[in-house]
Structure formats: structure tokens, C-alpha cells
Design a protein around this ligand. Structure first.
Ligand code: NAI
Ligand code: CS2
Length: 478
């Protein structure tokens, strides 16, 4: 049912108005409002560093945009109308976002700021990051999402308003807890009383978010224009599937998210781990190995029996065994559904996109299940080892056919410098284990992992991805 936009109030702030935000949290909010708009849950959307143009274009379109679900049958368009204002610090001033966070009406802040936006190491806020150092020095207005949140929450407390719900929607294990920790660490460094107020009054529910939303391209914009009969520069194309499982832990009013299709539960972790290890783990496997083999999209990988078989084996023998049972969910069915979703030819989801920020993705996707295998069986799952070795090859720079690999990662420069310092007869794997922080102290010193990575690297370099997969898939597991 349509709702009256004029009645909406700025009650929900979304930080990180990228492709995913449009097709997932804001889409769900719009669906929720269609079911029940009595809570007046209007959204303000923001970006922090780049993308001011995106917000200007959304303003020009009156805050309304389309989400186009795509599959082999074609496109299905839905209008999203819940955005009532936009905010960008470069356009509206550095004080604008903290002011919105401090406003009495605001109740929810959701975030899709990518994994690196949480500015966290394996152990809380990463105080070594230049942006965090500068934000904490306080000589200028904060630029990191964490710094902006804390500045806004400080103003909110000073204004005497209650706490808000900070809803993390990025692909991280325990995303709400990570956000709470980063915000808490930052606030503690600024003002321990503020940190206590945040811990006492704000809530940071974890959430599992799922919908494949590839980055937009000129071709996808042209498809949308042809379909709608007009351009919509804020529109996105995504898959029809959508899942959002949210920990039912809100500070004050809760928007009617169940009515929008979200599932509210007491414990999100089993859903999160299932999705991160099965979907995202397989995505990273395909992105790294497929990209190294020269395959440009996920559906092209799935159309290749070798890669499809690798995903099946990865699901069955590497990801699924590491997961606790989840009542009502059959992991074999979930795997089959993922096969179909990955094979969607209408998405053109690029392996290079998924391979970006791999340093931020490996811990929750590949290394957590790998740790489980080491602890339970003392073995390193071979496809996971291959994915890790492939990323080392990405860092070294060339695909199997000699073309350059398009690395886009916040830790790439540091890792590459470190790898470049290894002499020709030196041990690249040891340098990789010692330098990439995602391994953590336990894995960095694990000789079983070092051996498995040396073997995987040797196979990939000597035979390339295809031949390595072929022989690996004919072997039985250790
Ligand atoms: P995008 O590139 O379209 O948007 C990224 C957003 O994050 C932008 O608003 C950008 O300004 C912001 N951002 C980037 N780095 C930041 C930083 N250091 N600090 C603060 N903000 C920063 O990407 P997209 O597709 O919207 O994905 C964003 C995140 O959403 C992903 O990293 C993932 O965690 C989550 N997600 C994405 C899915 C997808 O299929 N695209 C599905 C499930 C989750
Ligand atoms: C992908 C995810 O880019 C990536 O790293 O694995 O964004 C994936 O598309 C989503 O998590 C699907 O929900």
C-alpha cells in the first residue's frame, strides 16, 4: 500500500548510501512503511567522504529511486520512497551529521560503510589508522564513521536525549558487537563518561544482511533506462532474493521491520556465520581463483563445471562442517540455493569487485572456518588454502595468462612492499603470514597452515588455477 511521504519524520539515519543500502535496508524500510507508516519512519541518507554527486542526484529526483530485481526472465522495478533528506559533510558542513544524530526524533542509525569503515583490528578500534589518529587529535572535525558517530552521540547526550539504535549492516561476524567496540573504544579515548552513557543507553544489534547487489555500470544504467523509459541515476539492479535477520535489541522505538520482511531473533550469530562462510566464503573463493583464471563474473564461474564443483566441495567439506546446526535450515538446500543465486546471468557480478578489500573479508569468510578445521581435525581445508594462496598471487600481481590483476585493498600497499622485500630464494609464505594481520598470532605461527599455503602457492604457480582445481577435486580430503 502506498504511504504519504509528507507525514514522514527524520527518524532513521543511514550512513553509506551505496548500492547495497538502496536495495536492502532502505528497500526493507520502504516495504515496512507500506505495511504500517504510523511510526513516521522517514530516512535521511548520508555519505561521508565521496559520493556527494550521488546524493545531489537523489535530491533532484525528490528522494525517490528504483530497485530493479533481475533474473533470466528480466527486470522487476519497485519504487523506494522512504528517503526524505540527504546529508554530506562536504556540502552541508562537518557539523551537519552530528546534528542529525543529536536530534530528538532520531531513533535508528544504520550503516553500510564496508568492512574497512569500522576501522577495527582483530581486537577493537585500530588506533594506528591515520584517520583515527587524526580524529582523536581533534584538530579538525572527525572524518571516520566511528568519529562522526561519537561526535553525534556526545551532542545527543549533552542535549539530554536518550540513546539510539546503531544497526550495523556490513558483512562482518558480530557486526553489532564490532561497531559497539569501535565506538566504545573511540569514546573512551575521548571521554570515559560518554563511553559509559553510550554503553548504557544505546543498542548495537547484530544483523545478517543478504542480497547480491553488484556495483552499477554504464550498461546496467542503460538497461534501467530502457526498462523504465527514463533514466534514474540512483537506481540499482540486484537479485530478487533478500534476507535480513536482526537481533531484537533496540534502544527505543523499533521500526516495523518484520512487516518489511526482516526476521527479528534473539541470536543472529548462527545466521551470520552461515551466510558469511557459505555465501561470502564461496564468493571470495570464486572471486580470487576465478579472477586469477581470467573469469570476469560470478555467473561465468558457475557456468564452468570446474568452478561449480569447487563451490560445491567448498560448501560441503569446508564451510558447512564448521557451522553449528541451525533449526529449520538444511545446509545442503542452502548450498543448492546459493548455486542458483550465483548462476543468475542477469547480475554480471564482477569477480574483481568481490576481490576488492579481500584483507577485510578473509577473517570471517575463510579463516574462521579454517581455524575450526585446524582445531577439530588438525588439517587445513585445501580449497581455503588455495583461496589464501591465490590472494598472495593477486598481491604479486599477475593472472595465469599474464594479465595484471586489479587489486583494490587498503592493506595491499603494505603487503606488497613487504613481499617485494623477500629475496628470490626467500619464503613468500612466511612473509605473508608474518605481515597480514588477519591471520592473527595463532595462524601466523601455525606450521600446518604455512605448509598448506606453500603447497597451494606452488601448485597455483606451477600449474595455474584450472589444472590445480582439476587435480585437487579428484583427490580425497585429508
Ligand atoms: P558501495 O561501494 O556501493 O558503497 C559503499 C559505501 O560505503 C559508500 O557509501 C561509501 O561512501 C562507504 N564507505 C566506503 N569506505 C568507507 C569508509 N572507510 N568509511 C565510511 N564509509 C565508507 O558498496 P555496497 O555494494 O553498497 O556495499 C557496501 C557494504 O555493504 C559491503 O562492503 C558489505 O559489507 C555490505 N553488503 C553488500 C552487499 C552487496 O551485494 N553489495 C550485500 C551484503 C552486504
Ligand atoms: C560479496 C558480497 O562483495 C562481496 O564481497 O561477497 O557483497 C555479497 O554480494 C553479499 O554479501 C550478498 O549478500
Amino acid at each position: 500500500m502506498s504511504y504519504d511521504r509528507a507525514t514522514l519524520r527524520p527518524r532513521w539515519l543511514h550512513i553509506g548510501f551505496g548500492a547495497f543500502a538502496r536495495a536492502h535496508p532502505l528497500f526493507v524500510l520502504d516495504q515496512a512503511l507500506q505495511a504500517d507508516a504510523s511510526g513516521q519512519w522517514g530516512a535521511v541518507v548520508a555519505r561521508l567522504n565521496s559520493g556527494q554527486d550521488d546524493l545531489d542526484r537523489l535530491d533532484q529526483a525528490g528522494g525517490i529511486y528504483h530497485v530493479l530485481e533481475a533474473d533470466a526472465q528480466g527486470l522487476h522495478a519497485t519504487q523506494v520512497r522512504c528517503v526524505i533528506a540527504t546529508c554530506h559533510p562536504a556540502r552541508d558542513g562537518q557539523e551537519a551529521l552530528p546534528r542529525i544524530i543529536a536530534s530528538a526524533e532520531l531513533a535508528v542509525i544504520s550503516l553500510t560503510i564496508t568492512e574497512k569503515g569500522y576501522c577495527s583490528s582483530l581486537d577493537g578500534l585500530d588506533f594506528d589508522l591515520p584517520v583515527i589518529k587524526a580524529d582523536l587529535e581533534g584538530a579538525r572535525a572527525p572524518r571516520s564513521a566511528i568519529g562522526v558517530l561519537v561526535a553525534g552521540l556526545a551532542q545527543r547526550r549533552a542535549a539530554g536525549h536518550g540513546g539510539v539504535t546503531l544497526l550495523a549492516c556490513d558483512n562482518l561476524s558480530g557486526n553489532g558487537r564490532k561497531l559497539a567496540r569501535a565506538v566504545g573504544d573511540f569514546a573512551t579515548a575521548r571521554d570515559p563518561d560518554l563511553a559509559r552513557w553510550i554503553a548504557d543507553t544505546c543498542r548495537f544489534p547484530c544483523s545478517m544482511v543478504d542480497r547480491i547487489v553488484p556495483a552499477m555500470t554504464l550498461e546496467s544504467h542503460a538497461r534501467i533506462t530502457a526498462h523504465l523509459g527514463q533514466a534514474d541515476s540512483s537506481a540499482v539492479i540486484c537479485e530478487p532474493f533478500l534476507q535480513w535477520v536482526i537481533e531484537d535489541d533496540f534502544a527505543a522505538d523499533r521500526p516495523p521491520l518484520s512487516e518489511g520482511g526482516a526476521l527479528l531473533v534473539t541470536d543472529v550469530e548462527p545466521y551470520e556465520e552461515m551466510k558469511l562462510r557459505m555465501l561470502n566464503g564461496a564468493h571470495s573463493l570464486l572471486a580470487l581463483l576465478g579472477g586469477q583464471a581470467g573469469l570476469e563474473t560470478v555467473d561465468a564461474c558457475m557456468a564452468d563445471p570446474l568452478f561449480a564443483a569447487a563451490v560445491e566441495r567448498f560448501h560441503q567439506l569446508e564451510a558447512a562442517p564448521s557451522l553449528p546446526p541451525l533449526p529449520g535450515i538444511d545446509l545442503a538446500d542452502y548450498s543448492a540455493q546459493l548455486h542458483r543465486r550465483f548462476a543468475n546471468p542477469a547480475l554480471q557480478h564482477r569477480t574483481a569487485q568481490i576481490a576488492s578489500d579481500t584483507s577485510q573479508k578473509l577473517p570471517q569468510r575463510i579463516l574462521a572456518p579454517l581455524r575450526w578445521h585446524l582445531a577439530q581435525h588438525g588439517t587445513v581445508p585445501p580449497l581455503s588454502a588455495l583461496a589464501l594462496a591465490s590472494w598472495l598471487i593477486w598481491l604479486l600481481g599477475t593472472r595465469d595468462d599474464g594479465a595484471a590483476l586489479p587489486v583494490n585493498d587498503p592493506q595491499a600497499e603494505d603487503l606488497r612492499d613487504h613481499l617485494a622485500a623477500v629475496p628470490p630464494d626467500g619464503d613468500l609464505v612466511l612473509a605473508y603470514l608474518a605481515r597480514y594481520p588477519g591471520f592473527g598470532p595463532d595462524l601466523a605461527q601455525d606450521t600446518r597452515l604455512a605448509d598448506a599455503l606453500r603447497l597451494a602457492l606452488h601448485r597455483l604457480r606451477a600449474a595455474g588455477v584450472r589444472e590445480t582445481l582439476q587435480s585437487l577435486l579428484s583427490e580425497t580430503y585429508p
